[in-house]
Design a protein. Sequence first.
Length: 694
Amino acid sequence: MSQLPLIDTYPDSQASGQTLGTPSSSGELRQGIDQEGGISIDQDALRIAFLEQPGWGRAGIAYGPYDRQPGLTLGVLLLNGHNNSKTGDIMQSFLRRVARWILGNGTLSPWQQLVGLLRSPYKARMLKRLRYWFDHAPKRFRGPVIQESLAVGWFPHSVPVDPRREGHGLMVRALRPQNGAIQLRVAEAWQSAVEDAQNLQIYYVIVLRQIGAAYYIASVPNAKAMAAYPEIRPLGIDPTGQDKSLYAGIYQSVLGQIGFSMDTRIYSTQVDLVSQWSNWYGTAHRADLLQGEGSLAGSAGELEGTWNVIQGSYGRTGMGTFAQADQNLALMASDIPCGLVHVQVITSAAIAPIALLWRVQDSDNFWSFAIDHQGSQLKIKENGLWQTVAVQEQVYLSPDTSHSLQILDDGQTFQLSCNGQRAFCFTDPRLQDQAGLGLFTSQAHPQQHFYGFEAHPRQVLLPPALRLKAPWGLNLLNRQTSPDITEDFGGASQELTGKSSTTGGQIWHKLMGKGAIRLTGEGSARVHGSWQQPHEGRTAYGVDWYHPEFADVQVQITPPELYQGQKTEGRGGLIFWQDRDNFLAISTWVSNIHPGSAVSCFFCFAGYEDLYSAVWTDTGDRILWGVPHLFRVCFDGMNYQGFVNDEPVIYRALTDVFPQIEPLIIRRVGIVANWEWGGGDMGSRFDHFRAQPY
């Protein structure tokens, strides 16, 4: 068996196809599978390259085996290539795709694009991409259809044939237009835990138990449905699975969409025994196996808390706690609001209706997840009055079965599930600060038992030993420095060129493009475009910037109003400019020909822009027609993080896309009307521009 701790921070450079079999940072060998020779190490991170032939069992890294021990923890910090990665055809013929690649977005001439291609150091990747396009043209694509792109966790084999069918894993599944869903394996099913997961660095944590495992997640501050590292958010409990020997693994099945090349980056992997998590309840602040003898009333839980039986009677047995009367209600107080509540229910041939209670204030105020053999109900009791919020028949108790009931609650949105099958998902702040818990059974039933009750905080502090590397940009959100340049876009109606910034004394220059961004005369700047005459190509304006190693730039963007019955496109964004041959353009994307919205990133280096190396994240309903949003990007010349309304939505390092690239020298910053699939902008408006140094 492998030694502990396992540490791998990937400090050694390894060529493509030469990584597996080399020693990790702590000496354990890197195992796994690399069918296409695309796994490498550079810039202190492991790279899993774009897969020409998607599928499980083709690319992944593993460590082990390890003997199962309670508290044995796998922690992985990584950036999935795209959380919305999935297989499918490329939506156009091979020849049309190649033509689009050569033409680019129209900023450069086809001749310039071809010269740039010939000079590019990434020709092997381009040939691989051409083969992929040929095989995935609409008339040739035959599948398989794969929507799960990434699996992280504990598996009984170093190379699972299909990690969806074994072990304890967290899985990323495509979920357009909400980008990606993070699911966890519970009772041999896949339970959704985080939806609308953006393309950020994410820290995945899976803690083994004597039976089963517990799952956690973290990212940067304000990332949707995630804790801010070094705190981690409990996601769920798998109460099944007893494989004695397991491998810690990260496996990839597909990278990118419709033929775009995107790589996954793994920054650190660690396996260690966390002694404070070695109890059966792990990180819980309230826990009780509910076994023993005598009455539940007045008895103490295994981990703090005392049961107060308000109604009826419960008795403890060696199998668990059962109801002894009609209308049985037991409550347990807590001083910490619960983020994850889990209990197992063991039924017999006959089933008594039960409920798991949370956000309990007292016996007259709480939420209830009620379930029986006919279905589930979501109910709330306020001031003694009941309200049924939702009812459904697909999630129910089965006879002679062990059921895992779980509540995942971040204080706003909660999800209720049974054996990995979601019953309800609602956003409701009522009683959000109340921390009590409870159990209810409607009738006496000595053969039906509650077992293994546990409640976890909404976030848990990661032990120092597991903090190998932190996500980039942890301290960006609430920076308080003063901007060097602000622009309110005041003045008479005219093109932006030549205007002096509101503060900072800088002049706006037109950086590129055939179109125009004009002052409106009403304190805004607007892209010159409409549905009758869309903006053509890419147009950008910028001001000189004297902090070449960092820029924090934001602007308020209002996409055009939706033209009823007409194609409508919004493409407003920001640009970081070294010179005409080297820049980064990041823009928002809305189109009424596709659902949702996106933030897209385009790279021009050494005079060449590879359109199909663009990266993006699907942002759902964060960006809406005619509604202002704050768009912000922080960039240090190599790493950047993009925000929509102060929520981080995308992270990349330039070397994630182009391994040999040097940092960009930021000489100008500004605004852009971009070109993207679907066409050009039709009148986005810019307000309240500001740029500040680190």
